[in-house]
Write a protein that binds this ligand. Structure first.
Ligand code: DHB
Ligand code: FE
Length: 282
């Protein structure tokens, strides 16, 4: 049977993709940011940790969807997904290859479990999905595993609640654990942490709040799943709401996972970068 062996969360700041593409790893601005991913890059390269498939939870930033179409939860079921052109040409990263049979199974299982996923067969994937892959895998010719894109609307009000996201994570776990093929599956949550990109509060950082969120990913899922939208907005800025996507990962792992590694750094662009690697409780 397929099983979840790890959960990874990370910010997906586009500048961090540009830094990798332009080989700025030793630049003094980027160095302390990328240093926090070295542990994970080593860990994930070991054969026993390498995922066969990642269910990669991210949000599209008006690259594939716009005001014409706003799916709350969309699952990519095509064979491949092309990196999006976000205004500077597509990033020079590999094509994203899916395990379509597995993705269709997850879609079916979640829908029959009463989560009305939108099935997407054509979608370009933006920095929300490609930057986390670059942070964990560097610059390979091909991504080392299959990737199921799971896009969440956190751009246009109303985004789903943290609790809904947490419960979707549980449904994703049921889907994975009912798939007969033996697969090592990771669930990744991306976005966050504190960030507000525009207006008078642009650049808002609440490190104390972010650190407590990282703590509670292994200690207190009940608190996290009940954080209301207004708290993300007030405490972490308008784009801090991206952190509800980390709760899909948390719900998939289940209560009290073990934190294997964690990283937090300010600034990257004008945001706080957070990253954590979690192992499900046995
Ligand atoms: C930025 C954009 C993002 O989507 C994000 O999650 C963090 C930062 C930015 O433009 O700086
Ligand atoms: Fe974002």
């Amino acid at each position: 049977m397929a099983r979840i062996t790890a959960g990874i969360a990370t910010s997906h700041v586009p500048l961090l993709g540009v830094g990798i593409d332009q080989k700025k790893m030793d630049d003094p601005y980027f160095k302390p940011i990328y240093a926090g991913y070295e542990w994970t890059k080593d860990w994930i390269a070991k054969p026993e940790n390498k995922p066969d498939v990642i269910v990669l939870v991210y949000n599209d930033h008006a690259s594939a969807f716009d005001m014409n179409l706003i799916p709350t939860f969309a699952i990519g079921c095509a064979d491949t997904f092309t990196p999006a052109d976000e205004g500077w040409g597509p990033r020079p990263v590999p094509l994203v290859k899916n395990d379509a049979d597995f993705a269709w199974h997850v879609a079916q299982s979640c829908i029959l479990d009463e989560f009305d996923m939108t099935i997407i067969n054509k979608m370009n994937v933006d920095h929300g999905l490609t930057v986390p892959l670059s942070l964990m895998f560097g610059q390979p010719d091909a991504w080392p595993c299959k990737i199921v894109p799971l896009a969440v609307n956190v751009v246009t009000y109303p985004p789903p609640t943290g609790n809904r996201c947490y419960n979707l994570g549980k449904a994703i776990r049921r889907a994975i654990e009912s798939y007969e093929e033996e697969l090592n599956v990771h669930v990744w949550g991306t976005g966050g942490m504190s960030h507000q990109l525009q207006g008078p509060r642009a650049g808002l950082i609440n490190a104390e709040w972010d650190q407590r969120f990282l703590d509670d990913l292994s200690k207190d899922h009940e608190r996290l799943r009940n954080i209301p939208h207004i708290e993300y907005l007030r405490e972490t800025g308008s784009e801090g709401i991206e952190m509800v996507m980390w709760l899909i990962m948390a719900g998939a792992l289940g209560a009290s996972p073990k934190a294997l590694h964690r990283h937090y750094h300010v600034p990257a662009s004008n945001t706080a970068v957070g990253h954590i690697v979690l192992e499900p409780a046995s």
